[in-house]
Design a binder for this molecule. Structure first.
Ligand SMILES: *[C@@H]1O[C@H](CO)[C@@H](O)[C@H](O)[C@H]1NC(C)=O
Ligand SMILES: *[C@@H]1O[C@H](CO)[C@@H](O)[C@H](O)[C@H]1NC(C)=O
Ligand SMILES: *[C@@H]1O[C@H](CO)[C@@H](O)[C@H](O)[C@H]1NC(C)=O
Ligand SMILES: *[C@@H]1O[C@H](CO)[C@@H](O)[C@H](O)[C@H]1NC(C)=O
Ligand SMILES: *[C@@H]1O[C@H](CO)[C@@H](O)[C@H](O)[C@H]1NC(C)=O
Ligand SMILES: *[C@@H]1O[C@H](CO)[C@@H](O)[C@H](O)[C@H]1NC(C)=O
Ligand SMILES: *[C@@H]1O[C@H](CO)[C@@H](O)[C@H](O)[C@H]1NC(C)=O
Ligand SMILES: *[C@@H]1O[C@H](CO)[C@@H](O)[C@H](O)[C@H]1NC(C)=O
Length: 525
């Protein structure tokens, strides 16, 4: 017995050695870093299996390990990633969505060949200390997103192009140790969103130190100052603690394509100088601030702008907004909900007649009056989304809505619309979301299925809905009909906030199933 065991052991040593040192390196990584493998995913990583290139998650080129893809296997262990560094051809390491933990201090000594490392979605909770990956002179992409790293960023290799540190617990001041990133002269994309980074912006981080940076995401932090990186194309500082007047942004940011200042505490009016971004800007998001007034006429012919979000502010000058917006002929999405806009709906809709690329229009929760103008769709043939809910609209829904053949999503709910639901609605070929309840609309719902008809009657009309075969009078929704309360608008708004999501969800589900219950058939017949 004893001599047989010896023979077997000799064989194992002989064979693993004969398939190269790379198998042994992988096995040693498995021993050092993986304590739990719940599904036995790596059970084929054994000394007796000769060809490590056929092991789970291992990819080779010319007999050398080039990639390790061990994402989402439920692996648990204290990671010693330096144990993989002897694999000289290993470029791509994906250990994402496991439960690796440990400190991120090792790995500096060796000269590793890693190019892309994904450690996102693990359980790292210790600070990144000096030396982590500093020996990886070719490292271009590092993803540490969705861990609990508390900060402590130290110099990474100057080769780094993309760094994702989003969704951690980094609480450093931006001017503090994060400044060490300034060594990364080739960094193109930096994501620091969803941390607890506070403070202002150091003048040095940016034009001087991160000359290549194009995409900078700082959303969901606690910043009190704004980035000034000269070559930025995308800057997201939404949901921070930025306050004071809306910045007119220095000329240094003249290449911006996309900027979000949403969800801060900016006050005052939109500065005319902000329009200096117009020649490159495609997306401007100023929503969810405390901004007043209108849109300055300097934005006239802001001709590259495709998405403009001014919602949830105190903007009130509908005329200046309309006259300026009407000149933005490349506009695809205009969001202006929850503002104090008043007056006839005709004004903004007529003004948009030259925005022939418009795909989404959200004017909900304002105080627009009058009826939905006819002929609107003829000028905006690409319109997919028309959200006019929670205004003071009256009159009938024109059969001309049938000309908006691109419509996918319509919300006219919580208005004072009355009369029949035009049958043309049911032949809109792409319609998936239709919310028209809390009005005084009635109409025939052409459907083969009485079940769907009763479902529709609950969601489309607050008082009367007739359907083929059945005629029913609703009572359930009357509590939210406009005439029932002294201040219907306020009551409606409150009720709407509670119910809208739920209703839309059911509309969506039903639309997916098809109005008549046939899967995938999203239209009425
Ligand atoms: C392990 O296997 C079970 C059953 O096949 C599966 O439900 C589970 O998602 C797997 N877990 C991982 C981490 O792959
Ligand atoms: C990191 O962990 C290793 C053990 O895995 C330990 O030897 C080392 O001292 C730790 N370093 C720091 C900075 O905590
Ligand atoms: C980082 O990983 C997360 C989660 O796996 C992923 O959503 C994100 O897109 C990755 N970031 C980059 C820059 O690839
Ligand atoms: C993640 O780390 C925390 C402590 O940092 C620990 O309590 C938890 O059990 C770890 N989760 C897993 C899945 O290892
Ligand atoms: C920035 O990050 C947030 C949250 O991580 C994400 O929702 C947002 O889309 C990102 N912004 C950009 C411009 O990619
Ligand atoms: C945000 O930063 C301020 C200082 O700028 C600090 O007083 C406050 O505690 C921070 N808030 C959070 C939630 O970190
Ligand atoms: C649309 O453009 C035409 C031609 O440039 C112009 O005459 C008209 O006034 C514009 N309409 C609106 C509503 O801006
Ligand atoms: C609803 O419209 C009908 C006519 O179509 C009208 O008689 C009725 O008074 C309206 N109800 C409300 C609450 O406005």
């Amino acid at each position: 017995m004893k001599s047989q065991t010896v023979v077997v052991m000799v064989l194992l040593i002989c064979c693993s050695a004969s398939s190269g040192d790379e198998s042994e390196t992988l096995l040693s990584f498995k021993r050092s870093s993986i304590d739990v493998d719940p599904n036995g995913s790596l059970s084929d990583w054994t000394p007796s299996s000769r060809n490590s290139c056929s092991w789970t998650g291992v990819a080779c080129d010319s007999g050398h390990v080039t990639a390790l893809r061990l994402g989402r296997l439920g692996l648990v262990g204290r990671l010693r990633i330096d144990d993989l560094m002897p694999l000289r051809e290993l470029r791509d390491v994906d250990l994402s969505w496991n439960s690796f933990y440990g400190n991120l201090s090792h790995g500096g000594a060796d000269n590793c060949g890693f190019v892309a490392v994904d450690l996102s979605g693990n359980n790292f909770s210790e600070a990144v200390t000096g030396g982590f990956f500093s020996g990886c002179g070719r490292l271009a992409e590092l993803n540490l997103s969705r861990n609990s790293v508390p900060g402590g960023i130290h110099p990474f290799s100057a080769s780094l192009r993309r760094l994702d540190l989003s969704q951690n617990r980094i609480s450093d001041e931006l001017s503090g140790r994060l400044g060490d990133l300034s060594r990364c002269a080739n960094l193109v994309a930096l994501d620091l969103s969803r941390n607890a980074i506070s403070g202002g912006f150091p003048e040095t981080l940016g034009s001087v130190s991160l000359p290549a940076l194009r995409v900078f995401n700082l959303s969901h932090n606690n910043l009190s100052g704004l980035a000034r990186c000269a070559n930025l194309e995308e800057l997201d500082v939404s949901r921070n603690a930025l306050a004071g007047p809306v910045p007119s942004l220095p000329g240094g940011l003249a290449r911006l394509v996309r900027i979000s200042l949403a969800g801060n505490r900016f006050v005052g009016t939109v500065p005319p100088d902000l329009s200096r971004l117009c020649w490159s800007l495609r997306e401007l998001d100023l929503s969810d601030n405390l901004i007043e007034g209108g849109l300055p006429s300097t934005f006239n012919s802001c001709s590259s702008l495709e998405t403009l979000n001014l919602g949830h502010n105190y903007l009130s000058k509908v005329n200046t907004i309309s006259s300026v917006v009407s000149t933005m002929t490349s506009l695809k999405s205009l969001f202006m909900p929850f503002k104090k806009l008043t007056g006839s709906l005709q004004v903004p809709l007529r003004a948009l007649a030259n925005c022939t690329n418009l795909e989404a229009l959200d004017l909900s929760a304002n105080e627009f009056t009058g009826n939905i103008p006819t002929g609107f769709c003829t000028s905006v043939p690409k319109l997919k989304k028309l959200l006019l809910a929670d205004n003071l609209l009256s009159g009938a829904v024109s059969p001309e809505i049938g000309k908006c053949t691109g419509l996918e999503s319509v919300d006219f709910s919580f208005n004072g619309l009355e009369g029949p639901i035009p049958t043309e609605v049911w032949s809109l070929p792409r319609l998936a979301d239709l919310v028209m309840w809390a009005n005084n609309l009635s109409g025939e719902i052409p459907t083969r299925s009485a079940r769907t008809a009763s479902w529709l009657s609950r969601h489309l009309s607050s008082t009367t809905t007739q359907s083929t075969g059945k005629s029913r009078r609703r009572s359930g929704n009357q509590r939210i009909s406009r005439s029932d309360t002294p201040d219907p608008h306020r009551a409606i708004r409150a009720d709407r906030a509670r119910t809208r999501d739920r209703v839309q969800e059911s509309v969506r589900v039903a639309a997916k199933r098809g109005w008549d219950g046939v899967p995938g058939h999203g239209r009425a017949v």
